[in-house]
Write a protein that binds this ligand. Structure first.
Ligand code: XBP
Ligand code: MG
Length: 244
């Protein structure tokens, strides 16, 4: 089948957002709420195994502050902390603290110029996607993406395939016509689970395969970054005659 659409992950794929973006914003939100929690880089690397900010906070509490989860209003409190974190993250992005990874802008612009449809499948909150695209690519950039699947659009976040299936359904496309671009092990698992050929550009911070022998199993291509990736390479991944 011909390549019809590219589906991008956001965090770790479009930009290295985690260590100096999301992590910093979580800590600022914890301080704002008067909580003594602090996520250093080492702890955060570990917590990244759980995708989704609210889910990550809950997982942290289960391990380090179980009494917090006993509170009757724990779910609302977590939602409030997460909303503050989203505001803090947006401010960091708008301040220009997060740039796109190498090759991302070129690939997006080439795909647009060639009529390849674009979409996003991410775990992060919708506001975070809008802010990042507008700050790095321009105010109209969110509109370049025909479908944006983000945050809580599906209850089961990556590594479940649900957000990719949600995006494919709205694009009205079969997975065989699309390629996903991911950076992490949960992201790869989600994309493969939806039947997508997947290019992985490993993030410096997102979860990598724990077993080095099984590194990025199932990925169609693993690249350091997107600088050398062409539309012809991507089209080959959707063409069964090339035997990928
Ligand atoms: C990214 C995530 C997100 C961010 C935080 O995963 O796991 O949870 O760390 O974003 P992916 P929110 O790159 O696979 O989308 O706090 O907005 O959830
Ligand atoms: Mg990612």
């Amino acid at each position: 089948m011909a390549l019809t659409a590219l589906i991008f992950d956001v965090d770790g794929t479009l930009a290295e957002t985690e260590r100096d973006g999301h992590r910093v914003a979580f800590n600022a939100a914890f301080a704002e709420a008067g909580l003594a929690w602090h996520w250093d880089v080492e702890l955060y690397d570990d917590l990244l195994a759980v995708t989704g900010g609210k889910e990550r906070i809950r997982h942290f509490c289960a391990r380090f502050d179980p009494a917090f989860l006993q509170r009757r209003d724990a779910t609302a409190l977590i939602a409030g902390i997460h909303a503050a974190k989203t505001r803090r993250y947006g401010a960091l992005v708008r301040a220009g603290r997060i740039g796109l990874r190498p090759g991302v802008e070129r690939l997006i612009r080439e795909a647009r110029a060639s009529g390849i449809r674009l979409a996003i499948a991410t775990t992060t909150a919708p506001d975070n996607v809008t802010q990042l695209l507008q700050t790095t690519l321009g105010d109209d950039a969110p509109g370049w993406f025909e479908v944006i699947g983000a945050g809580d659009v599906v209850p089961a976040k990556k590594p479940a395939p649900d957000v990719y299936l949600w995006v494919l359904e709205r694009l009205g496309l079969d997975s065989a016509e699309c390629v996903a671009i991911e950076d992490s092990e949960p992201g790869l698992e989600a994309a493969i689970g939806a039947g997508l050929a997947t290019v992985v550009t490993p993030s410096a911070h997102a979860p990598s395969p724990r077993d080095p022998g099984g590194a990025w199993q199932g990925a169609a291509l693993v690249l350091e970054d997107l600088t050398q990736l062409t539309l012809a390479d991507l089209a080959a991944l959707t063409d069964p005659s090339t035997n990928h």
